[in-house]
Design a protein around this ligand. Structure first.
Ligand SMILES: Nc1ncnc2c1ncn2[C@@H]1O[C@H](COP(=O)(O)OP(=O)(O)OP(=O)(O)O)[C@@H](O)[C@H]1O
Ligand SMILES: [Mg+2]
Length: 386
């Protein structure tokens, strides 16, 4: 037996730079800084929840303090690295700003001790999570140390909310922005985990989980955990759809096709069906928006037109209107009251919006034509004169 149960997100926390998924720009720059011995004294990792901030901070701490370092290709079995991974290394201090906002807390845990040499390692590394939660007093107290920390001190800050930080602090850090992780990379990572954990998961089920996670790897892994407790060793797409009230990908595509074609009857029928099956309409709206957005990008790439939505060719302008319409109704659908009606109205209005604009630009086009060649405007007199 492998000891006590650990949730997937913790068990599968990347231990090396190469394990980190979808943040190549951050990893590459950090690796280069280490290789060139150009290590700044303070870093700020910004990004949505569960995308690798704390993970990257710990890996970076390992690279700095490992035996024979600093080096990016440290040995995970190195006792220093193991202690850092377990959060027991004396010189790598993790400070949760969310629960320690007051200035005396930061003084006690950090400022009073920065001057002392590391206990055993090369650097004393302070990882401050949710740093935006610090009080103004705490930030002020931190500022001076941050300006000129002792050479053995490094700071790594992590936050989901950099707007809440004073610019004076941000400007003293090297900032990295972690990105939402693309669905296909989340699927890849989940696939690896499932294989290793001997869980059979259908590709469509993984795609579904990734779709729900919206770029967050922790969320994706928590959903997978939940599905395993629900289904055991074999997970199918309908399982995931049922547990989370999602609509199947091909049904969403069908609905998008109906919207693109302006087929009111089919729209209403599909919405009826989804609602009767207890599907989450807010989620469905988000998924629909994602498809329309995909078609819009496709249209832009292809010079102004896409037939990705059920084969109906739509212009960039129509797709923009459609997306706008779907977003406008979002608030109403999210209200939860008369959800189904609001959802239907949103779709039908979006359809109208995309068409109304088409007529609009038609008129504009006609007007331009008329200007360019007065003859085409149908003025018989002018024709005679010419
Ligand atoms: N880029 C990534 N590659 C691989 N796994 C990841 C990545 N990001 C997150 N994870 C997984 O999600 C878990 C949580 O990640 P982490 O603690 O780094 O998130 P975070 O960005 O600090 O989130 P929060 O803002 O909630 O603190 C990790 O243990 C790991 O399993
Ligand atoms: Mg974190």
């Amino acid at each position: 037996m492998s000891g006590s149960y650990q949730v997937i997100a913790r068990k599968w926390r990347p231990q090396t730079f190469d394990d980190v998924v979808g943040q190549d720009h951050v990893v590459r720059t950090l690796k280069n800084a280490i290789a060139r011995n150009r290590i700044a004294h303070a870093y700020l990792l910004v990004g949505p929840r569960g995308t690798g901030k704390t993970t990257t901070a710990r890996i970076f701490a390992k690279a700095l303090n490992c035996a024979g370092g600093p080096k990016a290709d440290f040995d995970v079995k190195d006792p220093v690295c193991q202690a850092i991974a377990e959060g027991t290394h004396l010189d790598v201090i993790e400070f949760d700003a969310a629960t320690n906002t007051q200035v005396d807390k930061i003084r006690e845990a950090i400022l009073d001790s920065v001057a002392y040499a590391p206990a055993s390692a090369r650097y004393k590394i302070y990882i401050i999570d949710e740093v935006h939660m610090l009080s103004a007093g705490s930030f002020n107290a931190l500022l001076k140390t941050l300006e000129e920390p002792p050479p053995h001190v490094k700071f790594v800050f992590a936050t989901t909310d950099p707007q809440k930080m004073p610019l004076t602090v941000i400007s003293r850090c090297q900032r990295f922005d972690l990105k939402p992780i693309p669905a296909e990379l989340i699927v890849g990572r989940l696939r690896k985990i499932a294989t290793d954990e001997k869980i059979k998961v259908a590709d469509a089920a993984l795609a579904c989980i990734a779709r729900m996670a919206e770029g967050g790897m922790r969320d994706a892994q928590s959903i997978l955990d939940q599905m395993i407790s629900f289904c055991g060793g074999e997970i199918s797409e309908p399982d995931v759809l049922d547990v989370f009230g999602l609509v199947a990908a091909d049904k969403i595509a069908e609905l998008a096709g109906a919207v693109a074609a302006g087929d009111h009857q089919r729209i209403v029928a599909i919405v009826d069906e989804c609602d009767a099956n207890g599907r989450d309409l807010v989620r469905l709206l988000t998924d629909l928006q994602a498809l329309v957005r995909g078609a819009l990008l496709d249209a832009i790439a292809k010079g102004g037109r896409s037939d990705q939505l059920g084969g109906t060719p739509l212009t960039t302008e129509q797709l923009t209107r459609l997306l706008d319409g779907l977003r406008e109704g979002e608030g109403g659908v999210k209200l939860g009251l008369a959800e189904k009606i609001n959802f239907e109205v949103t779709l039908l209005k979006a359809v109208e919006a995309s068409r109304a604009r088409a007529i609009d630009s038609l008129i504009k086009e006609l007007a331009t034509l008329a200007e360019e060649s007065p003859a085409a405007a149908g003025s018989g007199d002018e024709k005679k004169k010419a």
